[in-house]
Design a binder for this molecule. Sequence first.
Ligand SMILES: [Zn+2]
Length: 132
Amino acid sequence: MTDASSAATFRAGCARGELLYQRCAACGAVQLHTRQRCGHCHAASLDWLASRRRGIVYSHTTVQRAPSAAFRTRVPYVIALVDVDEGFRLMLNVVDCAPAAVAIGAPVRIEMRDGLDGAPWPHAVLDVARGD
Ligand SMILES: [Zn+2]
């Protein structure tokens, strides 16, 4: 489970434009869901690192029907599972493109945009410079 202080560290990174993750000093495992211990070996020696914020779309879906009133102005929107270069997978909204433009294997950059609460949060943008 993510503890409150790790969540605060992650959100502070987002406010600086950084996507933070943790790497275990004992076994080298990486984890995005930041915790006080390694999810693989349970060591408490975790380093915070800033991702280069690049990844590849592993899978995606287009949401056509808003799940709540807060999303009504956002449909249709794309949710993707993104394999980030540093070795973890992240679920992100893909923004700034038509939903049909998103494809499995497409390269993305991860940028901070305002989330539903108005605070910076990671979003994916198609990286056309790295695409075919
Ligand atoms: Zn570990």
